[in-house]
Every structure is written in structure tokens, then in C-alpha cells.
Design a protein around this ligand. Structure first.
Ligand SMILES: NC(=O)c1ccc[n+]([C@@H]2O[C@H](COP(=O)([O-])OP(=O)(O)OC[C@H]3O[C@@H](n4cnc5c(N)ncnc54)[C@H](O)[C@@H]3O)[C@@H](O)[C@H]2O)c1
Ligand SMILES: O=C[C@H](O)CS(=O)(=O)O
Length: 486
């Protein structure tokens, strides 16, 4: 078992296979959101460090792309195995810097590794074509080649899996990568680099830039001519900025952005399943996921029964430190997040909603907010238009299928949507009608490496995972071969 703590350079950036302090020599503090405890001081990378990382990734690109798919597969598989051997350490580190309960953090480590496992094999299936030509004595050959150097910019809510979900297809395709993790959660990224080094990923192929110089470093990674592609996961606002930054050099983009998921419970739903599904979808990571149920529409005939049963389960959720037994709800990531949740709840209540449970900061204080169910939320409440990113479930009563489809689709976002129903005709009608990239039917958790994760409208571009996911890191080239006559 690798002792990450003994190898783990909590204070460094990882550039060109070296653990470095960064050009400024300065560092920034990382703390535990559960209690504010100081965890580490980490190198505060600058634009110069970003330039060094891009140069390293560029130098490493051709040798890495020249490896056979099987060679890349074997290295990625060793990385996957090392991650799974160290789930306990990686999970504890993730819980400490992000706050999610330990069981959930370990689940994230396994989920992230599933992308490395999947794309280790996909590396060997970057198939081309031979196309029957119209012209005699010619052949048309299609080949797929890696796009080049990739910049990845990732969020704090899944500090391991959102990195693995980008690095895996990139390296499988033969690309090299520079990663800027969120300043709130750099340690999980650096721990992945420790294991990548151990797995034999060559120097320069993977580089990690922890930083609080978000714009300075971000501008290098989203504008530099040697960066062929930017893979971003985060808010839609920042996604728009990254699109603008990449325009001058026509960068390829993968954007996994914000969501505002509708969760619909029809009269013919199994009530217990719908309550369980809403609980799982809404309160995973204390409501801090891009695919959380953000608006819960309940048909009139089942509204009171659902509201009562759901509020009871939510009121029983245990809030606390990630390492305490039975805790399923951790803190919010920072004071701004807590402030936003309080504002959204206050706005809804001021407009007529009532809190069936919660509706205020948790008695533990700090960054904890009480798991909340709001009943009878008016349609003009901010909580239905904005991504809550916290443990608040707004309930809205509806009458007809047509009405709720219009309500559900009335958003600039289109990432995930969920509904519970048993009529087969309704299931197909609603699954087709929802304007989103991911639909859960009678399920509150839909994410799986086999499936193409991504959004429509202003929730993003491209897909991560599945056999579609490798294409985002490959270029398609065709060769028309002439002169083949005898
Ligand atoms: N679609 C998905 O798969 C998915 C997954 C997780 C989170 N998200 C979204 O992310 C958001 C929450 O995460 P967040 O608060 O970290 O988002 P964020 O957009 O504030 O930050 C995401 C990343 O972008 C960086 N960043 C911020 N400003 C930047 C700039 N000007 N230039 C370059 N980089 C910049 C941040 O440092 C961080 O690393 C939510 O909207 C959530 O829906 C989406
Ligand atoms: O928050 C965004 C993540 O992509 C959610 S999931 O773990 O992929 O479902």
C-alpha cells in the first residue's frame, strides 16, 4: 500500500514530472470546510508556471502519442489499480478538503477510477475507416489522431472525479494535459499526480497547477496557442468566458456547465420510490452537484402525500463532520455558498413558500445549512430559476402533463431531468419532451461511466464517458490515396 502522505507533496505544484514550489515561491492555505481547520499550504502557481506546464505538455505530446494504444492502456490500468488500492487515503483526503461524508468521498474515488478503467480500454478502439472510393485506383482512409495539448479546469464539488473524467480520455487518446483544479480543493488533484507518477505516466504528460491566480493562470490555459483544447467543468458564466478566450485560436471545447434539473412526480408514480429518488438526487454532496434535482414538481393528486413523506425523510437526514458515523450531509463549501442558499430560501418564503422542514442554517453553525423542503413555492421565486447548489428542495404542485413539461423546459439550462411514472406511454412522451442531456426515469442517480454525460442548451458542449467520450479528444483525418492502379 502506497503511503501517499509520505510521498504527497502537500505544498507543491506538479510540472514536467517535478514537484515544484512555483515561480513566486508563495503558497495558499487549504482548509477543512467542516471546521475551518488548516490542512496545508500549497504552491500558488502563476502565469509563468502555467507557461512552463504548457511547454512541458507540448514537449511530452509526440512521444506519448507515439506510444501504442496498448502501451497507454497498460499505464492507465496501473494508475487505476493504484487509485483503487488507496481509496481509503484518497477518500479521507477528499472529505477533509471538500467536506462530503467519507462514504460519499470514497464512492467518488471509485467513480473517478471507473473513467480511467473505461478509457484504458477505449484507447484501443479509436477505430478509423476505409471508405469505398468513387474514383478508380484510389482509396480513402480515415484515421483518428489525438488533438494535442489539453487544458483542464475543474470544480471543487468532485475534486477527484471531475479530473479523472477528463484526464482518462485525454491520455487514452494520446493527448497530454495541464490541469488547474479549484483553489478550494487542490489536494485531491495532487494526490492523483503522486499515483500517476507511480504508475509510470511520463514526465510532462500530466501537470497540476494549484493556484489562487485563477484569471492569470486561466488566461494562459484558455488562450495559449499551444493548447489545442480546453475541457472545463464549472459554472455556465465561466464557461462563456472560456468560450470567448478560446475563440482567437479556435480551441476545441468540452464544457460541462451548470444545471437546474426538474424532478417530476406524476400521480401514477410509486410514492416510496419517488421519495427515495428525490432524496438521492437532491441531497447528494449536500445538494452541491450539477445534476441535483433543483425543482420538484408534484402532480396535484399525490402532492400532499409526497410532501409529507419527503419532508419526514429530509428532516431525519444527519448533518455533521464527514468522519462522524451516520452523517450524510456535510457543510457547504464556503461562506458565499451559504449566503446564496440563505438568500434563495428567504426570497421564496418572502414570496409565499413555507418550510416544511429546515429553512435556516443548521444548529451546528459554521457552513452547515439544515436540509430543507419548501412547500408551495411560487413560480416567480429565484430558487426555481437559479442553480441552488445547496440542500434545499422546492416543491411545486402541477395539474397536467402538458403543463409540467412547459414548466420543466422553461430554463436556459438543460443538463439533467428526472421523472417518476409507470404509464409506458407517459414515460416515452416525457423522456422525449424534456430538454436536457440526461434523463432519469424512476431513478434519482443517473451517472455512470458507460453513459454519455453532458448537457444541452446552456449546460454545455460535448460528452464525457461512454464510447462517445473519446471522440472529444480525437481529430478525424482522411487520406485519399491515388496512383493505386497496376
Ligand atoms: N456539468 C457538470 O458536469 C458539472 C460538474 C460539476 C460542477 N458543475 C458546475 O460548476 C459550478 C460549481 O463549481 P464552481 O463553483 O467551482 O464553478 P466555477 O465556475 O466558479 O469554477 C470552476 C473552475 O473554474 C475556475 N475559474 C473560475 N473563474 C475562472 C476564469 N476566469 N478563468 C479560468 N478559470 C476560472 C475555478 O477556479 C474552478 O477551477 C456549478 O454551476 C455546477 O453546476 C458542472
Ligand atoms: O456535479 C457534477 C457531477 O458531474 C455529478 S456526477 O457525479 O457526475 O453525477
Amino acid at each position: 500500500m502506497l503511503d501517499i502522505a509520505s510521498k504527497f507533496k502537500m505544498s507543491d505544484a506538479y510540472i514536467d514530472g517535478q514537484w515544484v514550489k512555483g515561480s513566486s515561491g508563495k503558497s495558499f492555505a487549504v482548509s477543512n470546510p467542516a471546521n475551518g481547520a488548516h490542512l496545508a499550504n500549497v504552491a500558488d502557481a502563476t502565469a509563468d508556471d502555467a507557461l512552463a506546464a504548457v511547454a512541458a505538455a507540448k514537449a511530452a505530446f509526440k512521444p506519448w502519442a507515439a506510444k501504442t494504444a496498448k502501451q497507454r492502456c497498460d499505464i492507465l490500468r496501473r494508475w487505476n489499480d493504484l487509485i483503487l488500492e488507496n481509496v481509503e487515503q484518497l477518500g479521507a483526503l477528499l472529505s477533509t478538503e471538500q467536506g462530503k461524508p467519507l462514504a460519499e468521498a470514497k464512492g467518488e474515488i471509485v467513480y473517478g477510477a471507473s473513467y480511467i478503467d473505461w478509457f484504458a480500454e477505449e484507447a484501443r478502439r479509436a477505430y478509423g475507416d476505409i471508405i469505398p472510393p468513387a474514383r478508380p485506383n484510389t482509396q480513402i482512409v480515415v484515421m483518428k489522431q489525438p488533438v494535442g495539448v489539453v487544458a483542464a479546469i475543474t470544480p471543487w464539488n468532485f475534486p477527484n472525479a471531475m479530473i479523472a473524467r477528463k484526464v482518462a480520455p485525454a491520455l487514452a487518446a494520446g493527448c497530454t494535459i495541464v490541469i488547474k483544479p479549484a483553489p478550494e480543493t487542490p489536494l485531491s488533484a495532487l494526490a492523483l499526480a503522486v499515483l500517476a507518477e507511480e504508475a509510470g505516466i511520463p514526465k510532462g504528460v500530466l501537470n497540476i497547477l494549484p493556484t489562487t491566480h485563477t484569471t492569470e493562470v486561466g488566461d494562459v490555459l484558455t488562450k495559449h496557442e499551444d493548447i489545442a483544447k480546453v475541457s472545463f467543468t464549472g459554472s455556465t458564466n465561466v464557461g462563456r468566458l472560456i468560450m470567448r478566450n478560446g475563440a482567437d485560436t479556435v480551441k476545441k471545447l468540452s464544457l460541462e456547465l451548470g444545471g437546474n434539473a426538474p424532478f417530476i412526480v406524476f400521480d401514477d408514480a410509486n410514492l416510496d420510490d419517488a421519495v427515495e429518488g428525490a432524496l438521492n438526487s437532491k441531497f447528494r454532496n449536500s445538494g452541491q452537484t450539477c445534476v441535483c434535482a433543483n425543482r420538484i414538481y408534484v402532480q396535484a393528486g399525490i402532492y400532499d402525500a409526497f410532501a409529507e413523506a419527503f419532508a419526514k425523510r429530509v428532516g431525519d437526514l444527519k448533518v455533521g463532520d464527514a468522519f462522524d458515523d451516520g452523517v450524510t450531509q456535510g457543510p457547504l463549501i464556503n461562506a458565499n455558498a451559504l449566503k446564496k442558499v440563505e438568500e434563495l430560501v428567504g426570497d421564496a418564503v418572502q414570496k409565499g413558500a413555507t418550510a416544511a422542514t429546515g429553512g435556516k442554517p443548521h444548529e451546528l453553525g459554521g457552513l452547515y445549512y439544515a436540509p430543507t423542503v419548501l412547500r408551495d413555492v411560487p413560480l416567480n421565486a429565484r430558487v426555481l430559476k437559479e442553480e441552488i447548489f445547496g440542500p434545499v428542495a422546492p416543491l411545486i404542485k402541477f395539474e397536467t402533463e402538458e403543463e409540467v413539461i412547459d414548466l420543466a423546459n422553461d430554463s436556459e439550462f438543460g443538463l439533467a431531468g428526472y421523472f417518476f411514472a409507470r404509464d409506458i406511454g407517459r414515460v416515452w412522451r416525457v423522456a422525449e419532451a424534456l430538454e436536457c442531456g440526461i434523463v432519469g426515469v424512476n431513478e434519482g442517480i443517473t451517472s455512470a461511466v458507460e453513459a454519455p454525460f453532458g448537457g444541452v442548451k446552456q449546460s454545455g458542449l460535448g460528452r464525457e464517458g461512454s464510447h462517445y467520450g473519446l471522440d472529444d479528444y480525437l481529430e478525424v483525418k482522411y487520406v485519399l490515396m491515388g496512383g493505386l492502379g497496376k
